[in-house]
Design a protein around this ligand. Structure first.
Ligand code: SF4
Ligand code: SF4
Length: 91
């Protein structure tokens, strides 16, 4: 089954969506579009305000490439698995 076009794109003033795991701090975003370029699922798009916006949160696979590539640390990806990386017991 195709996984695209489930919902209408949704934009807010801050460029975020309540249902997304991706949060963009608009005040820190300088509009370089690196996150948009690296997102494999096209979750992000640049807005007319030259800030990155989460337009397809339902597509996000929480790979965190956007957060890792952002030179201004303006992207946060919420994911328990990512948070726990490096904290596993090593018996
Ligand atoms: S976590 Fe991955 S899929 Fe989700 S917005 Fe970032 S780059 Fe795209
Ligand atoms: S990579 Fe960071 S600074 Fe560049 S557009 Fe994305 S959120 Fe903004």
């Amino acid at each position: 089954m195709p996984e695209t076009e489930d919902t209408e794109p949704s934009r807010t003033e801050a460029g975020n969506n309540d249902r997304t795991y991706v949060h963009i701090y608009a005040e820190w975003c300088k509009g370089c579009a690196i996150c948009v370029a690296f997102c494999p699922k096209k979750v992000l798009e640049m807005g007319d305000d030259l800030k990155a916006h989460v337009v397809h949160p339902e597509r996000c696979i929480r790979c965190a490439l956007c957060a890792r590539r952002c030179p201004d640390f303006a992207v946060t990806v919420l994911d328990e698995e990512l948070v726990s990386v490096g904290e596993e017991d090593d018996h």
